[in-house]
Ligand binder design. Structure first.
Ligand code: COI
Length: 331
């Protein structure tokens, strides 16, 4: 059995090498992402392990299938960049890694919330200028606040536990109710109800066609004045122009964004200087004291890198040898 792993980063390589040794399976690692120019590298392999944010196009998937590769294992959780029609047509089986480290995402989200609440960005900037005064940057306390969690999958539930550790009250919205949380009575029936109750909105939903720009002008108008917005999930969940309007008006008091709707090709790139970042809207957000933007780093921990690499390889072997895996994604 031979597997090719695309888009391999240096920090993932030790985990791949260890897995390959432990399982006695040959894995060819390449740095390139899987696209029209690199798909031919997969010819002769039994399966492909991949991670990228750029699209997996019909052309690439058709080509993989023509090489007899019907086992594709993502090292990440999101499947929104895959051409689902091509996957079904080509009979390619796909796995993801649904729980490489829910903690990694929840920890960064909570960290950023606390930074926003305690105005650390403002104090960092003041201190850099020799201004050591307190006023007017008096903080709120999470203990006194209600956090509205949208989507209560693994990451949402981890985030709830952390917020609870700070004493926050939780309300949650999800189409699927977690039985434990259901018993606690934290679910509201509609997003409108959550918007009305929450001082903080923490997004943990995957991106789908239905929830694109879930947070738009109308949604923001239904929220409390000065609401905190946290998005470690998917950029497409927020209409960025509407967010900027809501920040300008003060409707949104502060935001922490680890994702951005136009991030592909921008995040995880060194542009050499702030001015060279080729996205004015993003720079508008980055300049704001009450907005914390991180370049999709919530997942970027050692635990996650190990699990993403090794779980995906194991799933790929299961797809190749058994035709199925517990992490198979249904399209
Ligand atoms: C995912 O797992 O889908 C993520 O968003 C993390 C990715 C940037 C590796």
């Amino acid at each position: 059995m031979k597997i090719i792993a695309y888009g391999m980063r240096d920090d993932e390589m030790p985990y791949l090498e260890q897995w390959s040794k432990d399982n006695n399976i040959e894995v060819k690692a390449v740095k390139e992402l899987l696209d029209e120019n690199t798909v031919d590298l997969a010819n002769g392999y039994d399966g492909a392990v991949v991670y990228q944010q750029k699209p997996y196009t019909a052309e690439v998937l058709d080509k993989l299938a023509s090489f007899g590769i019907k086992s594709l294992s993502l090292r990440n959780v999101g499947v929104d960049n895959i051409d689902a029609d091509a996957i079904k047509r080509d009979g390619i089986k796909v796995t993801n890694v649904p729980a490489y480290s829910p903690n990694a995402i929840a920890e960064l989200t909570a960290t950023q919330l606390m930074r926003l609440i305690r105005r650390t960005n403002t104090f960092d900037r003041k201190i850099a200028n020799g201004d050591l005064r307190w006023a007017p940057d008096i903080a709120d306390e999470l203990d006194q606040m209600t956090v509205g969690v949208i989507a209560t999958g693994r990451i949402g539930r981890k985030a709830i536990n952390i917020y609870r550790g700070f004493g926050a009250k939780i309300v949650a919205y999800d189409i699927y109710h977690n039985p434990e949380l259901e018993k606690e009575g934290i679910y509201v029936d509609t997003l409108d109800e959550l918007y009305a109750k929450a001082d903080v909105i923490s997004l943990h939903s995957p991106a789908t066609k239905e929830n694109e720009h879930m947070l738009d002008d109308e949604a923001f108008s239904k929220m409390k004045d000065g609401v905190y917005i946290l998005n470690p999930a998917r950029g497409a969940l927020i209409d960025t122009d509407a967010l900027i309007r809501a920040l300008d008006s003060g409707k949104v008091g502060a935001a922490a964004l680890d994702v951005y709707e136009d991030e592909v090709g921008i995040f995880n790139t060194d542009f050499g200087s702030f001015d060279a970042i080729p996205d004015e809207r993003l720079k508008n957000l980055l300049k704001r004291e009450n907005v914390l933007v991180t370049p999709h780093i919530a997942f970027y921990t050692k635990t996650a890198a190990k699990n993403m690499t090794q779980f995906a390889l194991t799933s790929n072997v299961n797809l190749i040898s058994k035709g199925t895996d517990e992490s198979e994604v249904k399209f």
